[in-house]
Write a protein that binds this ligand. Structure first.
Ligand SMILES: Nc1ncnc2c1ncn2[C@@H]1O[C@H](COP(=O)(O)OP(=O)(O)O)[C@@H](O)[C@H]1O
Ligand SMILES: [Mg+2]
Length: 414
């Protein structure tokens, strides 16, 4: 099915996006819908896994029969077997009557087992049996029952760890994933991020009858496309809703506003995208001030590493910066590494080096992002003896932003 043919399906299910990985996932779901094969949907939290089982059920021959969505992670371990497979009267304390269980109730239909990786081992054994021959036994019974249920399961990628740690049966994993469907993380969806932002901004504006929906400035579009979105679509939706409600003075979201919501690309992401000060020939199109600061920090880091190499007399092998193993992101480490040096040397003894690695041995200090920014501003002010216009020029930020930052960091005395 090509992208055009998927359009009506997307409309019907409110699915926004055109990226290839999403289209592939939808296409696979529609193709397998008419079969009884088990489907395992994988993908990080918040990527939209829950759309798929509904789509499968409603496009299958079972669509007139029952569909149940069960979150395996939210049912207590003590009751999950009885919830899924039913129990007999008196099977345990409190079992006053008999209970059919989802596998009995969904006979002929579809069961969606969300967060299947959370199932206890004993339940996994029962599930494997029902998947293999349609047989199950109610809790407190010895009678083998038959059911005809199509299983669609979902899990975040951690199931691989669960298998490794002996918490998830490998045989069940393979049995469940006859047809695997991978939902892509939001950060890999390029232009879709902007489309989804628009959809959520429009929805919230309509819901609260706002005169105008929020929009992204061109620079902000770049930022959201490069941000890593750990919470995926769920996070994007929440942030868009928050901004729609809280932004009063303007309806245009800028990178600065996004940074108030902690949305900006990591240094590593920038590192592979920008190279500043390498021979001065690389033009760049990064407009916003924070981006410029990040670029400068990157450049400084490499400059100082170069200098250190020069001083120690040890020449490191030439490395292509793009091929470097990334250091953990600032979010992961909670800190950003920075070297305490401001001036950018024009002396380039290792001109053949495309870049110097961000090796930990060169790290002199670990400072928070704010500390880092503050320090750069202080240095620029000191160097220019308090002349703000010059300092701003040197930092590649507007004077207005510099004034704001000076206030923010209490640097008025400099
Ligand atoms: N392609 C999409 N278009 C529009 N909204 C989406 C899309 N995918 C997911 N959503 C929304 O994102 C949120 C998270 O989706 P969900 O299926 O609950 O994620 P998961 O189960 O993978 O954690 C939901 O509010 C859902 O409606
Ligand atoms: Mg979910």
């Amino acid at each position: 099915m090509d992208a055009k043919e998927l359009q009506p399906i997307k409309q019907r299910y409110g699915i926004v996006g055109n990226c290839e990985a999403l289209n592939h996932a939808l296409d696979t779901a529609l193709q397998v819908a008419k079969t009884d094969l088990s489907v395992l949907i994988t993908g990080e939290s918040g990527v939209g896994k829950e759309i798929i089982p509904r789509l499968i059920h409603e496009n299958s021959l079972r669509r007139m029969r029952k569909y149940f969505a069960i979150n395996c992670g939210s049912i207590p371990e003590g009751t999950i077997d009885s919830e899924l497979f039913g129990h007999e009267k008196g099977a345990f304390t409190g079992a006053i009557g008999e209970h059919e269980g989802y596998f009995g109730a969904a006979d002929g239909g579809t069961l969606f087992l969300d967060e299947v990786g959370e199932l206890p081992m004993s339940t996994q054994a029962r599930l494997l049996r029902v998947l293999e021959n349609g047989e199950y036994i109610r809790v407190g019974s010895s009678e083998v029952r038959k059911t005809n249920v199509r299983i669609v399961a979902a899990t975040n990628v951690n199931i691989q760890n669960a298998i490794r740690d002996g918490k998830f049966r490998e045989d069940l994993f393979y049995r469940l994933s006859t047809i695997p469907i991978k939902m892509p993380p939001l950060r890999e969806r390029g232009e879709d991020i902007v489309l989804l932002f628009k959809k959520f901004a429009m929805e919230i504006a309509a819901k609260y009858r706002m005169p105008e929906r929020i929009t992204l400035s061109p620079e902000a579009e770049e930022v959201v496309k490069r941000y890593k979105w750990p919470g995926n679509i769920r996070q994007l939706k929440n942030v868009t809703e928050q901004m729609s409600i809280l932004l009063r003075d303007t309806r245009v979201v800028t990178p600065e506003i996004l940074s108030d919501y902690e949305i900006w690309p990591t240094i590593e992401e920038r590192g592979s995208l920008v190279r500043v000060g390498r021979g001065g020939s690389e033009a760049h199109s990064y407009q916003n001030e924070r981006e410029m600061l990040f670029q400068m920090i990157n450049a400084l880091h490499r400059e100082v590493s170069d200098l250190k190499q020069q001083l120690s007399g040890i020449e490191k092998p030439s490395l292509n910066h793009d091929a470097l193993t990334p250091t953990p992101s600032p979010e992961e480490r909670g800190v950003v590494t920075v070297v305490d040096s401001y001036p950018v040397s024009s002396h380039r003894p290792y001109a053949s080096h495309d870049a110097t690695p961000y090796a930990e041995e060169y790290v002199e200090e670990s400072l928070s992002l704010e500390e880092q920014e503050k320090r750069l501003i202080m240095k620029a002010l000191e160097k220019n003896r308090g002349r703000r216009k010059r300092a701003a020029d040197e930092l590649h930020i507007s004077e207005r932003t510099l004034y704001r930052k000076i206030k923010e960091y209490g640097l008025d005395d400099l």
